[in-house]
Design a binder for this molecule. Structure first.
Ligand SMILES: [Zn+2]
Length: 169
């Protein structure tokens, strides 16, 4: 599949990378239909260190293609939105709506564990806690949904967390 890969400031390439696969029973694979460019993508683009081929992107809308054996809420064919962090949705931090501090969580587009959302597909760890189904079809006019705002209703989304759905071609 194709994905955006950053090498250093002002050096982002579209490259062929391995397709994502289910690694853990709590994983899902989504086919990305819309992805945003976040402020935290632009900071390293402008002046970041060399990152030697880091896949970029977080926050996207996609369609679930495959789920692991321990995913119960998500099903293939669902249109979903994903935030920049993955989380189990069940730990003490998630129950306090601090999903970015999840005991079993992490961040997309950082490090080798997960890919980036600016790609044709993405592995979603902790899919039941991370993904939110949307009541729309894949071809509907998608609404701009700030993903983190979905998780923190009543709070303003953090800076740069409002881009999903805006990267429509
Ligand atoms: Zn958690």
């Amino acid at each position: 599949m194709r994905a955006t890969v950053m090498y250093k400031a002002h050096d982002v390439r579209i490259e062929n990378v391995p397709d994502p696969v289910i690694k853990n029973p709590t994983d899902a694979i989504i086919r990305v239909v819309r992805a945003c460019i976040c402020g935290s993508d632009l900071w390293p683009y402008n002046d970041g260190p060399n990152v030697s081929g880091q896949q970029m992107g977080h926050e996207a809308i996609g369609v679930v293609e495959e789920v692991g054996s321990d995913v119960h809420k998500m099903k293939p064919g669902q249109v979903v939105v994903m935030p920049f962090a993955y989380s189990d949705g069940t730990c003490i931090f998630c129950e306090d709506r601090l999903q970015t501090s999840c005991l079993h969580g992490g961040f997309f587009g950082q490090g080798a564990e997960t890919g980036g959302a600016q790609a044709e597909a993405l592995r979603i760890p902790q899919a039941d806690g991370t993904l939110y189904p949307l009541p729309v079809g894949e071809d509907d006019a998608l609404m701009p949904v700030p993903p983190h705002a979905c998780r923190c209703d009543g709070h303003r989304p953090p800076r740069g967390a409002g881009g999903a759905g805006r990267a429509r071609p």
